[in-house]
Ligand binder design. Structure first.
Ligand code: ATP
Ligand code: MG
Length: 275
């Protein structure tokens, strides 16, 4: 259940012609990994995530999941957005059920209803929102709404969870708490996570590997394996924030985020920029 980007190039057409968004991306994410894609705003992180979700087909190269080219969206690959995007007129449960609309038709009516209610209760429990099935979105904090959107992804029982800056709009304290919780979810629910952020601190506390992207057109600059520190999200966060190794890495990431491309790549766009 590997996710693989192979020689991926992609651009967008606009008023100023075609803008190159990502360039020569080669990335392989193994089953069970928690990979963080870190990079400055506009470098093409969402573009790469949308390719894995099946919303964008690359101009060149290929994106494979389990060895097959990704041809469109599929329930084995769920995407959580920066904005929880809940329907305000639907309850938490109804919002979550929207994600599996098609599957509802497959079961007989009664079994279907019971089974789905149980599934909703289970995923709400996983994200720490037990008992909120009938709450309306306006009754929840922004962080709780993000948890509902994670639950909406989890109910699809995805093999790959794609998270696009899911906590970017939250205050730092809430973000750190949800960072711990998402690690706990990943420990409990076996799945691969590709998590996008532009926050160095967030990148350092959640994943098992950080992949750093350059400014647009985004290419992969470098990567760091972080090892699976801690038995829980809280332990991982505390150990990493307190260790001098991670403080050094945070400075290194800060310096490298200024780079356009790896110096040895000889990329012509970068050479033009530095002239
Ligand atoms: N649909 C589109 N049409 C035209 N240009 C686009 C489109 N989507 C993205 N782009 C351009 O491609 C580049 C990469 O965009 P993308 O959204 O992938 O960046 P990002 O790294 O996710 O940024 P952010 O951190 O701000 O979300 C940007 O310069 C953006 O303007
Ligand atoms: Mg984005």
């Amino acid at each position: 259940m590997k996710l693989e980007y192979s020689a991926v190039n992609h651009g967008f057409s606009g008023y100023a012609g075609t803008i190159p968004a990502v360039r020569n991306v080669n990335l392989s994410v193994d089953e069970g990994e928690f990979v963080v894609l870190l990079g400055p705003s506009g470098c093409g992180k969402s573009t790469l995530l949308n390719m894995a979700a099946g919303f964008i087909k690359p101009d060149e190269g290929e994106v494979l999941f389990s060895g097959k080219e990704i041809a469109g969206p599929g329930r084995e690959r769920a995407l959580v957005f920066q904005d929880s995007a809940l329907m305000p007129w639907l309850s938490v449960e109804e919002n979550i059920l929207l994600a599996i609309g098609n599957r509802r038709l497959k079961f007989s009516q009664k079994r279907n209803a019971e089974r789905l209610a149980n599934e909703v209760t289970r995923v709400l429990d996983v994200v720490g929102l037990k008992g909120f099935n009938n709450a309306m979105p306006h009754e929840l904090s922004v962080g709780m709404r993000q948890k509902v959107s994670i639950a909406r992804g989890l109910i699809m029982e995805p093999q790959l969870l794609l998270m696009d800056e899911p906590f970017a709009s939250l205050d730092e304290q809430t973000r750190l708490r949800l960072n711990r919780e998402v690690v706990d979810i990943w420990i409990r629910e076996p799945m691969t996570i590709l998590f996008v952020t532009h926050s160095i601190q967030e990148a350092l506390v959640v994943g098992t590997r950080i992949v750093l992207m350059s400014a647009r057109p985004g290419c992969l600059i470098s990567e760091w394996k972080l090892g699976s520190h801690g038995e829980s999200g809280a332990e991982r966060q505390r150990e990493r924030l307190e260790s001098s190794e991670y403080r050094d890495l945070s400075l290194e990431l800060l310096n490298k985020m200024e780079l356009c491309c790896p110096p040895e790549s000889g990329c012509s766009t970068c050479l033009e920029k530095t002239r």
